[in-house]
Design a protein. Structure first.
Lengths: 188, 222
């Protein structure tokens, strides 16, 4: 009886894994055949497929971890000696290198949006390194990580939400107000 | 762990007397404070970004010397202070309080260096005519940044001022910990470390957004 139940559970998890894989295939197919020519439609399809893949893979991943088929990648590494001086020094060097890249980048003439994306991306990487290693987050319990980290992610998303808004406001200004060139011409 | 053993542990934890997340309450409190303070800085940075991206023109007045050199030095100093703080926390965890205190003093030294450099940088700007509520007339010249908003001063001094205030408070906080280290345990040192790393973390975002995006490429330079 127990064995049949286990077999059923295994089969159920395989089916879920197949569905997850299938969703991924659909996402890849959508991008491969269309390549975002339809704009947001393709994006929507890809996002839905990725979400489905994520949701369907949770069950099988948990089951596989329980069965010992895969090592638990989310387990806090309490047994291993961590936070050693050498490890922290390496993280520090990495932070310095990333800062150096950012400073060099400031002197390369890039389109402002691209520049902003790269700078923010590098800053996020630096922030993750500091939070994970210096602030010891990587070695805390998963429940704590899940309590704190999503808030930080939301803050970053707020940035992304407000930037386009700011840029859009430029175009919404009243045309009755003289433009910059007209104002300067009037002053001369 | 078997299902029954797990259930027993869970029941025992719910009985009370167990620390949530297995973290001391002071450390947890500091994390919650860090969350709320990040929201504050995020709000200021978003305000700055919004003002800048919706403006017709915005000053980008920082020449390599002295502004970018100074601010890069400040970043280096702050990162080093984070490293010394990590060493201090590690020493405190090992029970070596005197060594922990030495590392905390090193952190305070770097923090003070940051404040000195930053205040010097501020005085450069005051000297040029940049204040909280004004920018120099020279910046509105046609070959510079005509039509710029005065908000440059407000956003720059507001954000860096709040950050510097946090650094100053942090140095004082660390001073208290260092002075009375015999009365504090490893968790207290770690909590002060968390605050210090948070200050460094904020600078990681302030530096590119305020300084690196405002490098002076205009032909005249300074």
């Amino acid at each position: 009886m127990e064995q049949t139940k286990n077999k059923e559970i295994a089969l159920l998890n395989m089916v879920q894994a197949l569905l997850a894989g299938g969703s991924l295939v659909v996402a890849v197919w959508a991008v491969a055949t269309d390549g975002f020519k339809s704009g947001t439609d393709t994006l929507f399809l890809v996002m839905v497929c990725l979400l489905l893949a994520l949701v369907f893979s949770i069950g099988p991943m948990m089951w596989a971890t329980q069965q010992g088929l895969i090592a638990n990648p989310l387990a806090a590494d309490q047994s291993e000696a961590h936070g050693g001086n050498r490890e922290n020094a390496v993280i520090w060097i990495a932070l310095l290198v990333l800062t150096g890249i950012e400073v060099l980048l400031a002197y390369v003439h890039l389109n402002i949006t691209l520049m902003l994306i790269i700078l923010m991306g590098l800053s996020i990487i630096k922030a993750v390194l500091i939070v994970a290693y210096f602030m010891h987050m990587k070695f805390e319990k998963m429940s704590f990580i899940l309590t704190i980290v999503p808030i930080l992610v939301v803050l970053l998303c707020l940035f992304v939400v407000f930037f386009p808004d700011g840029m859009r406001v430029k175009n919404l200004r009243s045309t009755q107000v003289p433009s910059l060139e007209e104002q300067q011409a009037a002053e001369k | 762990m078997t299902a029954e053993a797990k259930a027993e542990t869970l029941a025992a934890e719910w009985e009370g007397g167990v620390l949530p997340y297995k973290i001391g309450h002071r450390k947890l409190g500091m994390w919650l404070f860090i969350m709320s303070d990040s929201l504050t800085f995020c709000a200021l940075l978003i305000g700055y970004s919004y003002a800048r991206s919706s403006s017709e023109n915005w000053p980008t007045p920082f020449p390599f010397n002295p502004s970018i050199i100074f601010s890069s030095m400040m970043t280096l100093v702050l990162l080093s202070s984070s490293l010394t703080m990590v060493f201090a926390v590690a020493a405190a965890k090992r029970g070596e309080k005197k060594i922990a205190r030495t590392w905390i003093l090193a952190t305070m030294f770097f923090g003070s260096m940051f404040i000195v450099l930053h205040v010097t940088e501020w005085f450069h700007l005051f000297h040029e005519g940049v204040y909280f509520d004004a920018i120099p007339e020279a910046w509105l010249a046609p070959d510079k940044w005509p039509g710029s908003s005065k908000l440059f001063g407000a956003t720059f001094f507001g954000i860096t001022g709040l950050h510097m205030f946090h650094v100053l408070t942090g140095v004082i906080y660390l001073g208290v910990i260092a002075a009375r280290i015999k009365k504090f345990n490893a968790e207290d040192v770690e909590t002060s470390g968390l605050y210090w790393h948070f200050v460094d973390l904020v600078w990681m975002f302030v530096f590119p957004l305020l300084y690196l995006l405002s490098v002076d490429f205009s032909a005249a330079g300074h």
